[in-house]
Design a protein around this ligand. Structure first.
Ligand SMILES: [Cu+2]
Length: 131
């Protein structure tokens, strides 16, 4: 292979890699999710179907997690999860979602003096729509 052809190959590879990066970024919708005691705040609340990146930030004082579930016939089915992570940290998960109603929640249960504290029951959940 001549040097010139090799250079062309590198240039093409470079262009293709740039194209795939920009396509991947363009495809995914992004939902920002704030977790705190005891609330899940998501924005936007409606996204288009396809790849959705959930960027979760723990703005609380305790560890929280993010569980993504789809609502089917009144029941929830889990699709993905970001394991519990500490305050001040951001984590993300990308899921391929079809149209429907989804729930973002924290399902942590903490042992407290005199009982348990269930983050979900305390209000750590929000529904979003995928269209
Ligand atoms: Cu929590």
């Amino acid at each position: 292979m001549s040097i010139q052809i090799r250079l062309h190959c590198f240039a093409l590879l470079f262009i293709f890699s740039l194209m795939s990066v920009s396509l991947a970024t363009a495809e995914a919708s992004e939902v920002s999710v704030q977790l705190k005691e005891f609330q899940v705040i998501a924005a936007p609340l409606t996204v288009r179907a396809g790849k959705v990146r959930f960027v979760a930030v723990n703005r609380g004082k305790d560890k929280h997690e993010l569980v993504v579930r789809i609502k089917e016939n009144g029941k929830y089915r889990e699709l993905g999860e970001i394991e519990p992570f500490p305050p001040g940290v951001a984590k993300d998960i990308v899921l391929n979602l079809s149209p429907g109603t989804y729930e973002l929640s924290c399902q942590l249960v903490e042992m407290e003096k005199g009982g348990t504290e269930e983050h979900y029951k305390e209000g750590m959940r929000v529904e979003i729509k995928v269209e």
